[in-house]
Design a protein around this ligand. Structure first.
Ligand code: AQP
Length: 348
């Protein structure tokens, strides 16, 4: 039995990093699951997580729709995987609370993402009580919510980017704490599956990862960008003045990023280093032209399908409904076991 869970935040249309680092792997897993009925897939749009950075509710509603349409556009099929909004699975919040009762504050305080947030605020003003008040509990405890997302389906495999490694370790810690406290084995420790593709970097600052929340729209390629947008963004991508093409992610991150992208879309499956050799006598504009063409061709089908799903709300609703029913069934089974284990299942 292989149960796969993975998730994406509805914080905007997915970009090339989300696609190459996560979503394309989801599609590959679906291809496997079609051949093997022992593989079950749960892919969630985690809208409760998005609330850790509050924004206008209209923006969240729009982003949820865009994200779901993008998942369908890349070829995920509700017949073969459960696609659903996190907030529709009410059992997740129940499990979140129960896990929280056996989670260590110390462990949560040591999470890199929390520490970097603390440091950021400490740099602003250590003594400023307003800065401390601005730190929200949701940001501190969201690894528990993430653990609940995974454990509610008794997932065995969780494909994620490298930045999520520590949170997966925490989810396994939740399983150990829960199972040993309640003398049960009903929760399953998930395995972390790190995406094979490297991190895709920002086009405007290739030392930072490409991100949905970067205020510079030019820093990322959305998987739904029109050919002209792709051309403009790649033309403006920051490279260097060293001339010729070599693959050196440390010294030449901008060029290396373009080679990584080209390699990911290369029909012949050439590595970034092999592509660098092919382009050895050429210049950055030649490489950029090749990347632009590869992206326009490689994303064309996704763009068309996205348009279709954006305009067909019924198709979106049907897909989400099918996934939600499946996810609620799976979550309900786990929660019955969990409630029995802790003693809140029976009326008397
Ligand atoms: N640049 C990236 N390269 C490779 N993989 C990436 N992922 C994100 N950025 C890159 C992977 O995409 C999956 C879904 O990400 P998410 O939306 O849940 O959150 P994130 O990692 O925080 O992504 P963003 O784009 O940076 O969003 P914002 O700006 O909203 O925080 C994850 O598996 C992630 O590793």
């Amino acid at each position: 039995r292989k149960v796969v869970f993975s998730a994406i935040q509805p914080t905007g249309i997915p970009h090339l990093g989300n696609y190459l680092g996560a979503l394309s792997q989801w599609k590959r897993l679906q291809d496997e699951a079609i051949k093997d009925p022992n593989i079950k897939l749960y892919f969630s749009v985690v809208d409760l997580h998005a609330l850790t950075v509050p924004g206008p509710k209209e923006a969240l509603v729009a982003s949820k729709k865009q994200t779901l349409a993008a998942l369908l556009a890349i070829g995920l099929d509700p017949e073969h995987c459960a696609l659903f909004y996190q907030s529709r699975i009410k059992q997740i919040a129940n499990l979140y609370w129960i896990l929280g009762c056996t989670s260590s504050m110390g462990y949560l305080s040591r999470m890199t993402q929390w520490k970097s947030k603390l440091k950021l605020d400490a740099d602003t003003s250590l003594e400023d009580s307003r800065a401390k008040a601005a730190l929200k509990h949701g940001l501190f405890s969201y690894p528990i919510l993430q653990a609940a997302d995974i454990l509610i389906h008794r997932a065995t495999h969780v494909p994620v980017g490298d930045d999520q490694r520590q949170h997966l370790e925490f989810a396994r810690e939740c399983v150990t704490n829960f199972n040993s406290t309640w003398k049960t084995n009903c929760l399953v420790a998930p395995e972390t599956v790190i995406a094979p593709t490297k991190r895709i970097m920002s086009l405007t600052n290739p030392r930072e990862k490409m991100s949905k929340s970067d205020p510079k729209a030019r820093s990322r390629i959305h998987i739904t960008d029109a050919p002209e947008e792709i051309e403009k963004k790649i033309k403006g991508a920051v490279t260097d003045a060293l001339g010729n093409i070599t693959y050196d992610p440390v010294e030449r991150p901008g060029i290396a990023n373009l080679l990584d992208i080209l390699s990911a879309f290369d029909k012949q499956g050439r590595t970034p280093a092999q592509l660098a050799e092919e382009f050895a006598d050429q210049q950055a504009p030649d490489l950029k032209a090749a990347v632009t063409k590869a992206l326009i061709d490689g994303l064309a089908e996704i763009r068309d399908r996205y348009q279709f799903f954006q305009e067909n709300e019924k198709a979106l609703k049907d897909a989400e409904e099918t996934g939600t029913i499946r996810a609620i069934r799976s979550a309900g089974n786990t929660m019955s076991m969990v409630e029995k284990a802790v003693g809140i299942y029976d009326f008397f």
